[in-house]
Ligand binder design. Structure first.
Ligand code: G
Ligand code: G
Ligand code: NA
Length: 254
């Protein structure tokens, strides 16, 4: 069976599930958000990673129902977490290129919010920087429509998509994420270390929040902190975890 047909079957048979990776504020130790990450538990092949099936879903258009499912599930599960904890925390959902080009995305997000009862400020939409460069004007309008729903918008993997500073300034966004590739170079004195500090500088200048992804070592943490980036995500703090593990993680934290 082709991966495309398997994806279709998988959607019908509910073989997909979400993991959540906490994001931490180094200054307070608080969990400030978590990123929803899709997983596929295939009945015969075992776990298939998103790097393998997201591109196929993207090419075939199956990313539309799959992406809707992720949004819906993330909102519902995090709403449930809020009810269990008695307080709110943000969830970040990755949006693929094709989803981002869909003029109906605003309605899909709105629907997920209304049916789950999740407050918009607790939903973060992560858009890869590369998705903004093709048609900057179209992208800006789309971001503005999405932001009307009240969600937080983050530019993911910032530094890889070559958007100009002028363009960036005009975008209705809230946060920048430093991708793992740049964080990995820290603290070696390579060109990518410069990129990390440059991104932090840009975020500070634009008065946006900045988050570092894929933080694994004490040196990386120290470096980021010294340069003014206190929001971090990575194996050093917590790996992606199931809903039950997440609930326990929060319970231990407070
Ligand atoms: O979770 P993992 O590190 O294996 O993710 C690999 C890649 O798949 C990452 O780039 C991540 O952004 C992407 N990814 C994970 N979950 C989703 C999702 O729900 N939607 C989309 N579009 N991408 C995802
Ligand atoms: O591109 P994006 O940031 O969405 O990718 C998230 C992916 O990175 C997830 O699949 C997650 O499992 C993985 N990940 C999360 N933290 C770390 C980390 O500290 N190191 C590495 N190498 N991968 C990580
Ligand atoms: Na992401």
């Amino acid at each position: 069976m082709t991966l495309e047909r398997e994806l279709r079957h998988g959607l019908r048979r509910e073989e997909f599930f979400l993991l959540f990776q906490p994001q931490v504020d180094l200054n307070t130790g608080d969990i400030t958000a978590m990123e929803a990450l899709i997983r596929w538990q295939h009945p015969e092949r075992g776990e298939i990673l998103p790097d393998e099936f997201i591109p196929v879903a993207e090419d075939t258009g199956l990313i539309m129902p799959l992406g809707n499912w992720v949004l819906q599930q993330a909102c519902m599960q995090i709403k449930l977490l809020h009810q269990l904890l008695g307080r709110g925390v943000r969830v970040a959902v990755n949006i693929s290129a094709r989803q981002f080009r869909d003029p109906g995305l605003e309605n899909v997000i709105d629907f997920a919010l209304r049916t789950s009862g999740l407050e918009p400020r607790f939903l973060e939409i992560d858009i890869h920087e590369g998705m903004l460069s093709d048609e900057p004007e179209v992208a800006r309008d789309q971001l503005a429509r999405i932001r009307r729903t009240g969600v937080t918008i983050t530019i993911d993997d910032f530094g890889t998509g070559f958007s100009s500073l002028r363009q960036l300034r005009s975008l209705p966004i809230d946060m920048l994420k430093i991708g793992q590739t740049f964080v990995k170079e820290i603290p070696e004195d390579g060109p990518n270390t410069d990129i990390a500090t440059t991104i932090i500088g840009i975020a500070q200048q634009m008065e946006k929040q900045v988050v570092a992804e894929g933080v694994e070592t004490e040196q990386q943490e120290y470096f980021l902190r010294m340069h003014g980036c206190s929001l971090v995500q990575g194996y050093r703090y917590a790996s992606p975890m199931s809903f039950d593990e997440l609930y326990r993680y929060f319970s231990d934290d407070s």
